[in-house]
Unconditional design. Structure first.
Length: 363
């Protein structure tokens, strides 16, 4: 068995703006839920919700969303809330998106400024053949399940596109990292496009020609003001990132979609492959080790999901075939993927359906 690859450092201080919680608690109140009880159960107060610029731990937000969906018996809660989103609901990021001249520029700005809304998150826009791909994922794999956040994010961004650019917009494909749950036809109707599950990230695949079409002349004075405000919100979040952190982020975004090689990553990081390799060595790691660790962690997450198929996991993790993945997984863990999947299923059968107490009806 190969020696274990050092894990990434824990996601220190990953937080999300309290404004992101507003749609959830508005819906909870409208549904007759006991908001005060729910807040207390999750260690929050109404004072936090009253200040849109305050922050809460990202882990709290993920658990809140999953717990609310379970307690309200609304498995498609994220979809419902996403359909209601307006640009202003995202604060300056949403307004800046709405002012963008093209869809491509809008998604570039979302990717660049995501840390103004939440930390511990990777987002990028990159080319794939004749298409553009916008990718979104939370980096901490221990924050699982997170279906509600993924579906809310993708649906709300789809709504942003339709309200700010073209009401009939439809992506080429939509990808989700979680497995199929419930009535998947709802998502297909919302996106008006094929929806693929158990992918290596949450993504929109878009036609480049659609993405580069000019819809408006940009007001540079206004967008500059918004960009400065967003930069203030982000602060120095990116300055402490190591080369290892940045490579991990690119692996998470590109895996299964484009080559994860030194030349490709070095180009995106604006350095030579040799310099990138040297910097990683100085930080005590290598691209091979980082890629292996990411695949190992993702494989365990995917194989633990109900209905997981080894072939699908191999494809999502960028392996040439199932055999190559089988060998790699056995080398990491000492057991076959199918055996790990069966063991995970047995453990899952004895777990509660939700990680936290559900919201209770108001008295």
């Amino acid at each position: 068995m190969a020696p274990p690859v050092p894990p990434p450092p824990p996601q220190r201080g990953a937080v999300i703006r309290a404004s992101a919680l507003a749609p959830l608690f508005e819906h909870l109140a409208q549904s007759g839920g006991d908001v005060a009880h729910f807040l207390t159960k999750h260690g929050l107060t109404r004072a936090i919700l009253s200040d849109p610029y305050s922050v809460v731990p990202l882990a709290h937000y993920i658990r809140l969303f999953e717990s609310a969906a379970h307690g309200l018996n609304e498995p498609n809660l994220g979809v419902r809330l996403g359909l209601k989103l307006r640009p202003a609901d995202m604060g300056p990021m949403g307004v800046l998106f709405s002012l963008s001249p093209t869809l491509k520029v809008g998604f570039e700005r979302l990717s660049r400024n995501v840390k103004a809304l939440q930390g511990g998150t990777q987002s990028s826009l990159f080319e794939m053949g004749e298409d553009l791909v916008w990718s979104y994922r939370i980096t901490d794999l221990t924050l699982w399940p997170r279906r509600q956040d993924a579906e809310f994010t993708m649906v709300s961004n789809c709504q942003l596109v339709r309200s700010c650019f073209a009401s009939d917009w439809r992506p080429v494909e939509v990808h989700f990292e979680h497995g199929e749950e419930g009535d998947t036809s709802l998502l297909q109707r919302v996106f008006r496009a094929p929806v693929l599950f158990r992918q290596s990230g949450n993504r929109f695949v878009m036609r480049r020609t659609d993405s580069e079409r000019v819809f408006r002349t940009e007001d540079r004075g206004l967008t500059t003001i918004l960009e400065h405000h967003i930069a203030d919100l982000i602060g120095e979040a990116n300055e402490d990132d190591t080369i290892t952190d940045r490579v991990r982020a690119l692996i998470g975004l590109y895996l299964g979609q484009k080559p994860v090689t030194l030349p490709v990553l070095a180009r995106d990081l604006r350095m030579s492959p040799r310099n990138l390799q040297r910097r990683l060595t100085e930080e005590g790691t290598s691209l091979r080790e980082l890629l292996a660790h990411h695949r190992q962690q993702m494989a365990k997450v995917y194989l633990s999901q109900k209905g997981a198929r080894v072939t699908d996991v191999a494809n999502a993790l960028g392996y040439a075939d199932e055999t190559a993945f089988w060998r790699a997984f056995r080398n990491w863990t000492g057991e076959e993927p199918s055996a790990f999947r069966r063991h995970a299923a047995l453990i899952g059968d004895h777990k509660p359906d939700t990680p936290d107490d559900p919201p209770t009806a108001a008295e």
